[in-house]
Write a protein that binds this ligand. Structure first.
Ligand code: B3K
Ligand code: ZN
Length: 854
């Protein structure tokens, strides 16, 4: 397979300052004429190489004259050119309705749309498809007026008209030079929810959220989020919007969450459409976060783009950090941090510990689509966060100002960003740069020795990072650790919080006049993305869960206490549950805590996170231990859960941080009531299911039923299905709720659902809702003597033929074979080998599956 390496980067031989595109649109056969103004960059004799996606040019012209001395090499159109500036015209034909990969120009729900990042533009026209070639775009679209009344592209609309034959046309110009991965156009039967945003300098921007007519009522939340995000970026980063128009289009078939095309974001409809009846609070929050994320890319990604795809985290890590900060400012910052860290631990830590581990700036890839990972995105965001922590808010803002100013209109590198942090922050980030080149999650060990007589306490910190593929030896990293000591007797802090920057393999820190036993609170706010191991006892953890003044650390102490209990239970078949139960009571009783935080704090760690703590994952033992703890918590605190449940019952739906917190705690309480068992709990869940005036409560109740033994789950699933059978996004929930159930029969259920008339692999959301959800259901996926692995593999091989990018994203659960017992490991490996041996396999799947076997 062909490997692209970071060290091989060379600047482009030819630039394309201007491009004009002319689309004659038709779902079966679209004609694309491209006119490129190209200029030779420096003295060289190279021909121009234009990437293609398998098309054959119908015509090629240079400076207005048809030529014949072009050739196709490996899908690339090679044209010899003699001068230093030329005009190249090509014409190709593409078939959007047959484009199942959903890259390039494709059809979705009768509309036509594009997705170009990372390398989809070459499937539309011949072009140097690399992010360091920036062009000004003029786009003309012609289409049937009745079928495609709306024609959108990047930038501003400049002209439009009607033709005699029922067709019409529109022309859009984007004044900002951009790489081709940010190109977009849409043709469809759409309506817009419109608003005007006035920027800080008084510019009026016409906003539009474009959807099918029937979905218009579900767009207010996204539109509000957009306005809030635009104002936030002005206030927090000093970044103003730069065009007269900003459009968002929702499409049902989309490989990813959304795409930040200049002035024309295209979204997976699941990150646009919401109303209380069909979307959960989680969906509402995710929509605001993704709308903000894509909007923020206008500066971090579009105005300053990436030199090459190895720099992907330059825009993605930074933009995730920006959207996380935005969301934290909209509600409870503590709960947001908890959710982000939980996500990091669920997706990124396993990636960093497995066969696909890579640094946030990788060195090589076969297929760049495989590198849109939790590492590039979420660990990338943590790396930015660490720099922000070390610089402090003022210097961090000065550094981002410098970065935007210095690199505006250019294609930059991660190094450029770090250099700005160094320069404006006045610090040396030499060793810190290891975060960009070294993979793996550092493990920090912390222990405290206290001498009551002298009043001296010595904290010993050490770090090590385990080997990852291709990197046997790891150097010590720079770890900014926020820490504080608490007095075991007074339950008050001993001194202020410190930011300790651990740079060596081992360091000691002394504290004087410590007269009582100190309890360590470390990595507060999760200031470094590391695994912390301490010798703190269950009593210490319970103490911190009650007294720590950093909410994240408080949550973390509780999680650690639960985790220790659950791992002991999984290893020994039994464990003492009392400390956890007491800590939960303390948390429920604390009047200072908001209910959203309480709901997070009393929730048990996931089965897979428990597995991550064990040398060999035993899915059944983990499930049994977790159920036992859940049952005991439910039983011991039954009256408490019922009281919380009643207290949290709101009268009418409202989307506010307070109301969200109450709904969350209510469903958590329902889960514990149900864990205590009994048909009466199922009746309570069913009553909630029927009475709910919002999807959060309805899905919460449905999940409780679908995870339980009562036959009421069947009735609930039927009611849910019939009520929402015409809503694809809600049907996805119907599929995924069943695929995530811990019940014994989940494998059989999922196999049957794969044959359901509403199941299709052609829609990525649906494929992920069934196959993706099942493969992260630890107990079910690993059940059935390999039948779970076989089912997923069959689906992935079928999906690969339609949509390699989406199929390859679902490989990692199979790649975790080293973490399981030999019998399971062998079965998982056999399926990976079956994938690698499949004739006609995509390079996306080949890279993921073959690396997973190494
Ligand atoms: N930049 C897009 C990613 C598209 C990935 C396609 N393989 C979404 C985002 O991160 O905002
Ligand atoms: Zn992004």
């Amino acid at each position: 397979p062909h490997v692209t390496r970071r060290e091989d980067y060379r600047p482009p031989d030819w630039l394309v300052p201007e491009i004009a595109l002319d689309f004659d649109l038709d779902p079966a056969a679209t004609r694309v004429k491209a006119t490129l103004h190209v200029i030779r960059e420096s003295a060289h004799d190279e021909p121009i190489r234009l990437d293609g996606g398998g098309q054959v040019p119908i015509t090629v012209m240079v400076d207005g004259t048809p030529i014949n001395d072009w050739r196709i090499e490996d899908e690339t159109l090679v044209i010899p050119l003699s001068g230093s500036a030329h005009t190249i015209e090509t014409e190709v034909e593409v078939a959007p309705e047959r484009n199942t990969q959903l890259m390039g120009l494709y059809a979705s729900g009768g509309n036509l749309c594009t997705q170009c990042e990372a390398e989809g533009f070459r499937r539309i026209t011949f072009f140097p498809d690399r992010p360091d070639v920036l062009s000004r775009y003029k786009v003309r679209m012609t289409a049937d007026k009745a079928r495609f009344p709306v024609l959108l592209a990047n930038g501003d609309p400049v002209d439009s008209g009607t033709l005699g034959d029922g067709r019409h046309w529109a022309e859009w110009h984007d004044p900002f030079p951009k790489p081709c991965y940010l190109f977009a156009m849409v043709a469809g039967d759409l309506v817009a929810n419109r608003a005007t945003f006035v920027t800080g300098s008084g510019r009026e921007v016409a906003l539009g959220i474009w959807v099918r007519a029937g979905d218009l009522s579900k767009t207010d939340h996204a539109l509000e989020a957009l306005k809030t995000a635009m104002a936030w970026d002005e206030r927090v980063y000093g970044r103003e919007y730069d065009l007269d128009v900003f459009n968002i289009v929702a499409v049902d078939d989309f490989n990813f969450g959304a795409m930040e095309n200049k002035g024309l974001n295209i979204f997976n409809s699941r990150y646009v459409l919401a109303d209380p009846d069909t979307a959960t609070d989680y969906d509402f929050d995710a929509i605001a976060a993704v709308v903000a994320h894509e909007y923020f890319h206008n500066w971090s990604g579009n105005r300053v783009t990436c030199r090459d795809w190895f720099q992907l985290s330059l825009k993605e890590g930074f933009t995730v950090f920006r959207d996380q900060s935005f969301s934290a400012d909209q509600g409870s910052a503590a709960v947001k941090r908890i959710e982000d860290v939980r996500g990091l631990r669920a997706a990124q830590f396993p990636e960093d510990a497995g066969p696909l581990a890579h640094p946030i700036r990788p060195d090589a890839y076969q297929e760049i689509s495989n590198f849109y990972t939790a590492t590039i995105y979420n660990k990338g965001a943590e790396v930015i966060r660490m720099m922000a922590t070390m610089l402090g808010p003022k210097r961090f803002r000065a550094a981002t100002d410098l970065y935007f100013e210095r690199f505006d209109g250019t294609a930059a590198t991660c190094e450029d960003f770090v250099a700005c942090m160094e320069e404006a922050g006045g610090i040396d980030l030499g060793q810190f740069r290891l975060w960009y080149s070294q993979a793996g999650t550092p493990r920090v060990t912390a222990s405290i020795e206290h001498d009551a007589g002298s009043g001296r306490a010595v904290l010993t910190l050490s770090q090590r990072t385990l080997p990852t593929p291709g990197e046997p030896d790891k150097a010590p990293m720079v770890l900014p650790l926020r820490l504080k000591l608490f007095g075991a007797e007074t339950a008050k802090p001993i001194g202020p919080e410190q930011l300790v920057i651990l740079t060596g393999a081992e360091e000691r820190i002394s504290f004087e006049t410590v007269t009582q036993r100190p309890v360590l609170s470390i990595n507060r706010g999760f200031s470094a993305p590391v695994i912390v191991e301490t010798d703190r006892t269950a009593a210490d953890l319970a103490f911190l869960s009650a007294h720590d003044d950093d909410p994240f650390a408080r949550y973390e102490a509780m999680q650690q206490l639960m985790l220790d209990t659950l791992v002991a239970g999984a290893n020994q078949g039994r464990a003492n549950h009392q400390a956890v139960i007491d800590a939960i009571v303390n948390t429920l009783d604390d009047p200072q805590l908001d209910r959203a935080f309480v709901a997070e704090a009393v929730l048990l760690p996931s089965e897979s996170f428990i597995g991550d703590q064990m040398p060999v994952v035993d899915p059944e033992a983990i499930f049994t231990a977790r159920e036992a703890l859940r049952r005991d918590i439910g039983h011991a605190l039954d009256a408490r859960w019922r009281a919380e449940y009643d207290a949290a019952s709101a009268t009418r739906f409202e989307y506010s941080p307070l109301a969200k917190g109450l709904r969350r705690l209510r469903t958590v309480a329902l889960g514990y009531i149900a864990a205590n068992g009994g048909d009466e709990a199922a009746a309570l869940a069913f009553a909630q299911f029927e009475a709910a005036d919002n999807m959060t409560d309805r899905q919460g109740a449905l999940t409780t039923l679908v995870n339980g033994a009562s036959d009421r789950r069947i009735a609930a699933l039927d009611i849910f299905y019939n009520r929402y059978s015409d809503n694809a996004l809600v049907l996805d929930k119907w599929f995924s709720t069943q695929a995530l159930s811990p019940r014994d029969d989940t494998l059989a259920t999922v196999q049957e659902l794969a044959g359901h008339r509403d199941f299709t692999l052609a829609n990525p959301n649906r494929a992920r809702a069934l196959v993706g959800a099942f493969s992260v259901n630890q107990r079910a996926f690993h059940s059935g003597n390999g039948a779970g692995y076989r089912f997923v593999t069959d689906q992935l091989i079928a999906l690969d033929k339609l949509n390699p990018q989406t199929a390859a994203k679902l490989i990692p659960p199979l790649g975790r074979w080293r973490r399981f017992d030999a019998a399971r490991g062998d079965l998982m490996r056999a399926e990976l080998e079956r994938i690698v041996g499949t004739p006609g396999l995509s390079k996306d799947m080949f890279e993921q599956a073959s690396k997973s076997l190494e």
